[in-house]
Structure formats: C-alpha cells, structure tokens
Write a protein that binds this ligand. Structure first.
Ligand code: FES
Length: 80
C-alpha cells in the first residue's frame, strides 16, 4: 500500500486559466479526502506540452489530465 501520493502539476498548462478551476477543485477535494497522504507540487513544464493539462501521479503521467482521471489514478495508487 502506498502511504503518500505525490501529484506534480505543470503550473504552466494545468493551472492556466482554462484548466485551473476543474483541476484545482479536484486537487482540493483529494487533499481533504486523503488528509496528509496527498502532496501537491507545482512544477514548470513537464515536457508534455502536446497533452495539456499535464499532471503526474507518483511519477506516472495522466496527461491530458481530467478531474476523473486524477481521482482514478490517486485511488489506484492508494489501493495498490
Ligand atoms: S507547459 Fe505544461 S507540460 Fe509543458
């Protein structure tokens, strides 16, 4: 079982005006639902500019990220 989940978020494309609301809301919910186990780090370009918004969950890309894909990836890591 994975104790902590590191979510790396490209601040340039995943937190841009067009994507920010949905992604930010899901990140907020995940931090509440999995208190202390989800760590979010904002990063510069993740070299996935062709698949925005770019996010990684414990180093695995889920780009182009959606709130649903993000939650699914986090839950899969926590269940493994
Ligand atoms: S700007 Fe987001 S991956 Fe490059």
């Amino acid at each position: 079982m994975v104790e902590r989940i590191l979510i790396t978020v490209c601040a340039d494309c995943a937190l841009c005006k067009d994507c920010a609301a949905d992604i930010k809301e899901e990140l907020r919910r995940l931090r509440i639902d999995h208190k202390g186990r989800v760590i979010v780090v904002e990063s510069e370009c993740l070299d996935e500019c062709d698949r925005p918004p770019a996010l990684k969950v414990n180093g695995q890309s889920i780009s182009p990220a959606t709130p649903g894909k993000l939650r699914e990836a986090v839950n899969a890591q926590l269940d493994s």
